[in-house]
Design a protein around this ligand. Structure first.
Ligand SMILES: Cc1ncc(COP(=O)(O)O)c(C=O)c1O
Length: 418
């Protein structure tokens, strides 16, 4: 069969003339980095999320790092997270000298499973004097939970907060995929999602605006949280530890001053106005993008609905408003005469791009060496990965293109039914 001409790439951004004009305006403005557009983007993002404060940064990785730094995470401490994620989630914990503890996932959503977390805390840890769990083998104090809203499907936040309350744990939500996701009708990142009883626990949510994300600024991220002081402190740390970051970007303005004080050992994680220029328009279009993503997911669901003995379609739980960052299809190897890798190659032959998100972290050489994990440690995450194909979902694709991808996937499944 001849491949159709057009390549349907996995996750292209949808950039319009508005983004282009705004970026050009920034280039012509005489100021390229953190400045008025970043400030405006921050304000709009806060409005969108219902948050009081937030810090635009240069990536979600930076946002996550600022968050775990603000928790005071350090050597001798541990953080519970999922193996089905990108390296950033665990890297930032390691950068603080602490240790990520992987716990298995819910097979339906791909999210960290709160029941598994509870089992881990009850069986592999014992209570320390401060009520926090202490890992029996390493002696590490577990101080935080770090769930990931996989693919834009919210995690069971209430269950995680219940655990956090019982064990005195802080919380960082990796919302790299979850701009536009909702949990029980509130946007992920909304301050009211932390229960009032958990006010004493530190909490942050980190978003990504990487090139493939639901809202794309090339590179970019956003950190928010219900504690305004902590978020303001993270802002200082995002800009070298300079106590008033506006002094940095405002210093060349007519009333600017050359004086500034480095008050802490901060990082260089600030967002540029060039990124914010794209973000402003991407955010305005986000509701439309989300509609298109949901419509694209519905096209796959319809084309594949009758084939559930051959492949598992992504679930949407009642508590989740899905942002459809990913469409994770999982093949059923026992029913198919074709491997996942061959399925991907056949789709590639039809000019359809896919991805596999994620290779579990404990399969990577660094994490095997650093943490001593190995194959078999997280069977549900491993089974999820081994049968996983993420299909293209971007709103940049027309319904016809997604229809072509959906039909190709359905035809392949049928052809290789055992
Ligand atoms: C789950 C998850 N967390 C964190 C990140 C890091 O995001 P960024 O590239 O903005 O640093 C990614 C990136 O793809 C991700 O998928």
């Amino acid at each position: 069969m001849n491949a159709p001409e057009k390549f349907i790439s996995f996750a292209p951004p949808l950039i319009g003339e508005e983004e282009i004009a705004e970026a050009v305006d920034t280039l012509r403005s005489g100021w390229l980095t953190t400045g008025p557009k970043t400030e405006k983007f921050e304000k709009k993002l806060c409005e969108y999320l219902g948050a009081k404060k937030g810090v635009p940064v240069n990536s979600c990785t930076s946002a996550l790092h600022l968050a775990v730094h603000a928790l005071g995470l350090g050597p001798g401490q541990g953080v519970v997270t999922t193996p089905l994620t990108f390296a950033s989630t665990a890297h930032v914990v390691m950068h603080q000298g602490a240790r990520p503890y992987f716990v298995d996932i819910e097979p339906e959503t791909g999210n960290l499973d709160p029941d598994e977390v509870r089992r881990f805390l009850e069986t592999e840890c014992e209570r320390g004097a401060d009520g926090r769990p202490c890992h029996k083998k390493t002696g590490d104090r577990i101080t935080a939970l770090l769930p990931v809203h996989y693919g834009g499907h919210a995690v069971q936040l209430d269950a995680f907060w219940q655990i956090a309350l019982e064990y005195n744990l802080d919380m960082v939500e990796d919302a790299a995929h979850a701009i536009g996701s909702r949990y029980k009708n509130l946007p992920v990142g909304h301050p009211a999602l932390r229960p009032k009883a958990a006010k004493h626990l530190k909490s942050f949510t980190a978003f990504s605006f990487y090139a493939t994300k639901n809202l794309a600024t090339g590179e970019g991220g956003f950190l928010t949280g219900p504690d305004e002081e902590l978020v303001e402190r993270a802002r200082v740390m995002s800009m070298y530890g300079i106590s008033d970051s506006r002094r940095i970007w405002g210093r060349y303005a007519p009333k600017g001053t050359w004086v500034y004080d480095v008050a802490d050992l901060g990082f260089k994680y600030n967002m540029m106005d060039i990124q914010a220029a794209l973000g402003l328009h991407q955010l305005e279009k986000l509701p439309k993008f989300l509609e298109r993503r949901a419509a694209n997911a519905a096209i796959y669901n319809e084309a594949l609905a009758e084939l559930d003995e051959l492949a598992i379609l992504p679930a949407t739980k009642a508590y989740a408003g899905h942002a459809w960052h990913l469409y994770p299809l999982r093949l059923r190897p026992e029913a198919l005469g074709l491997s996942r890798d061959d399925f991907i190659e056949e789709l590639r032959g039809l000019n359809i791009g896919t991805s596999v998100l994620f290779i579990p972290l404990h399969f990577h050489s660094f994490y095997r060496k650093a943490l001593g994990y190995g194959e078999g440690d997280f069977p549900k995450a491993e089974a999820f990965f081994k049968n996983l194909v993420n299909l293209p979902l971007s709103p940049a694709h027309s319904p016809e293109d997604i229809g072509r991808a959906a039909e190709a996937a359905a035809a392949l499944l049928k052809k290789h039914r055992i």
